[in-house]
Design a protein around this ligand. Structure first.
Ligand code: PRP
Ligand code: HPA
Length: 175
């Protein structure tokens, strides 16, 4: 069974009209989670694209980013919801598919000139990933690629992100 078949869809969550692609069913399946990490690891080992550090978006980006950080032997940097990081932070508000949000990153977490793989579970409007990229770039980092389990291309995030010159890698798509 492929990755996509292990992802559950819950209609009208968190608002009416949203078809919520729920990766908890994929993650609880030991084969499903391993498929995700193996396919992403394989992609970065074969791709020939090297990078220095993985930056993961709270909350579900931590699950994939943490495991990938281990398999690829790279450090992991969290981008968190406001007020959670103890040191000096860069922060920015951004638009979501349903509302607004804000995230923060430690100012010293990404060294100037270092190449970053930005990781999250899902790409919808691209607002979260672009906010993450803005934080990385504010402190002098370079986004090498952005990786997601799920892409929702109809919402337009991938086009938006690619039109700004970033590379996107996804394992599954839902219309
Ligand atoms: C979801 C998802 C991504 C983001 C994608 O997180 O895990 O981080 O939305 O949407 P975008 O491409 O439109 O920005 P959510 O906002 O639900 O936050 P949480 O699960 O971390 O609370
Ligand atoms: N699933 C999970 N997270 C999301 C979704 C979704 O369908 N849309 C925006 N964030």
């Amino acid at each position: 069974m492929p990755i996509k078949s292990r992802i559950r869809t819950i209609p009208d969550y968190p608002k009416k009209g949203i078809m919520f692609r729920d990766i908890t069913t994929l993650l609880k399946d030991p084969v499903g989670f391993r498929l995700v990490i193996d396919q992403m690891t394989q992609h970065y080992l074969e791709h020939g694209m090297d990078f220095d550090v993985i930056v993961g978006m709270e909350a579900r980006g931590f699950i994939i980013g943490g495991a990938l950080s281990y398999t690829l032997g790279k450090g992991f940097v969290p981008i968190r919801k406001p007020g959670k990081l103890p040191g000096d932070v860069v922060g920015q508000e951004y638009q979501l598919e349903y509302g607004t949000d804000k995230v923060e990153m430690h100012t010293d977490a990404v060294v100037q000139g270092s190449r970053v793989l930005l990781v999250d579970d899902l790409l919808a409007t691209g607002g979260t990933a672009l906010a993450g990229a803005a934080h990385v770039e504010k402190v002098g980092g370079i986004i090498s690629e952005m990786a997601f389990i799920v892409n929702l291309p109809d919402i337009g995030g991938q086009k938006k992100i690619e039109s700004k010159g970033y590379n996107v890698f996804c394992l599954a798509e839902f219309e």
